[in-house]
Design a protein around this ligand. Structure first.
Ligand code: PPE
Length: 320
């Protein structure tokens, strides 16, 4: 019964995520072969950067939504961490498209990751090689169908959003996400759908993986905050709202301003547009998914699904 001994079987390396074929340092390999050492620097210190991207089914086959912006943000995250990457945005775009094609996906979530390898341990990452992989996964509605239909229940987290002088919050870096994991876990353990994170002064920052909007008196307020990720969905929703004739104002807000808003909703690549029914048990508006949020969700899904030619510039058709 010694903890030091174990059977000779290696741990399973295939997840239950059905990732299929993975782009791994330039080669397409089955998921079971896309493995790394347990001494990987990124595993110990969170020294990785990643993206979350979606490809949607359209009449012309799969299309990746705002591919170039995501590839550029991935490389910007690497730059913030001081990672000496040699990949260009073109390389990242190509790797993503190649992976989707190799798996013959019609729609999927795409997860590229750049990380420090296992050449040396210790905080100094200098001697570690950089690696890149791209996985594609089937991934449905982020917070579940119920949250979209009824509106999600948010809990203001006891964990504050890291400030920019503590963590580089504009980088989508692995280590940063411990903050999100803790906040999301707390909310779920207490029976809520998702966490709302405030900054250290008490201003609304973002969700664990979403940016926040609220509607008040016919104006759409986009939470603008220095600690938030520069959300690509946020940018999309601002454009769609203005094109629908809604005035949009970037703003800071406190949690109580959200309590009394007509509507609140969250946006993100994974979350798409998710209406909020309550925050800290206080109903928002009528305490259901708001009509504006639902209309925005519908518009967003039309746009990403290629149904609105005016926005085709945002789509990269995978099989053209
Ligand atoms: N803030 C955070 C902290 C964040 O992680 C995301 C994306 C956003 C805002 C919205 O950004 P954008 O996707 O560019 O609109 N969160 C990703 C990871 C979610 C996960 O659970 O993993 C995502 O939505 O893909």
């Amino acid at each position: 019964m010694s903890a030091q001994t174990s059977s000779s079987t290696a741990p399973a390396t295939t997840s239950s995520l059905n990732a299929g074929l993975i782009w791994f340092d330039g080669r397409i390999v089955p998921e079971a072969e896309a493995t790394v050492s347990v001494l990987t620097h990124a595993l110990h210190y969170g020294t990785s950067v990643f993206e979350g991207i979606r490809a949607y089914e359209t009449e012309r086959g799969a299309a990746v939504f705002r591919l170039r912006e995501h590839s550029e943000r991935l490389l910007a995250s690497a730059k913030i961490l001081g990672m000496p990457t040699e990949w260009s945005a073109d390389d990242v775009d190509r790797a993503i498209l190649e992976t989707i094609r190799a798996n013959e996906r019609v729609s999927c979530y795409v997860r590229p990751l750049i990380w420090y390898g296992a050449e040396s341990l210790g905080v100094n990452p200098g001697r570690n090689k950089l690696h890149m992989m791209v996985a594609t996964l089937p991934w449905g509605i982020y917070l579940g169908e119920d949250a979209v239909r009824k509106g999600a229940a948010l809990l203001t987290s006891s964990w504050r959003r890291s400030s920019g002088d503590i963590m580089p919050t504009k980088a989508k870096a692995g280590g940063n996400y411990v903050n999100s994991v803790l906040a999301n876990a707390e909310a779920r353990e207490l029976g809520f759908d998702e966490a709302l994170l405030l900054d250290k002064e008490g201003f609304v920052a973002e969700g664990s993986g979403e940016n926040i909007f609220f509607l008040q008196g016919g104006v759409l307020y986009a939470i603008a905050h220095s600690v938030n990720l520069r959300g690509i969905t946020r940018d999309t929703v601002i454009t769609l709202a203005r094109d629908m004739g809604t005035p949009v104002e970037p703003t800071m807000a406190t949690r109580d301003e959200l309590y009394t808003a007509d509507e609140v909703f969250m946006v993100g690549t994974a979350a798409e547009v998710t209406p909020i029914a309550s925050i800290d048990k206080r109903p928002i508006g009528a305490g259901v998914a708001g009509p504006y949020a639902l209309a925005m969700r519908e518009r967003y899904l039309e746009v990403v699904g290629g149904k609105v030619p005016a926005y085709h510039d945002w789509l990269t058709f995978v099989y053209d």
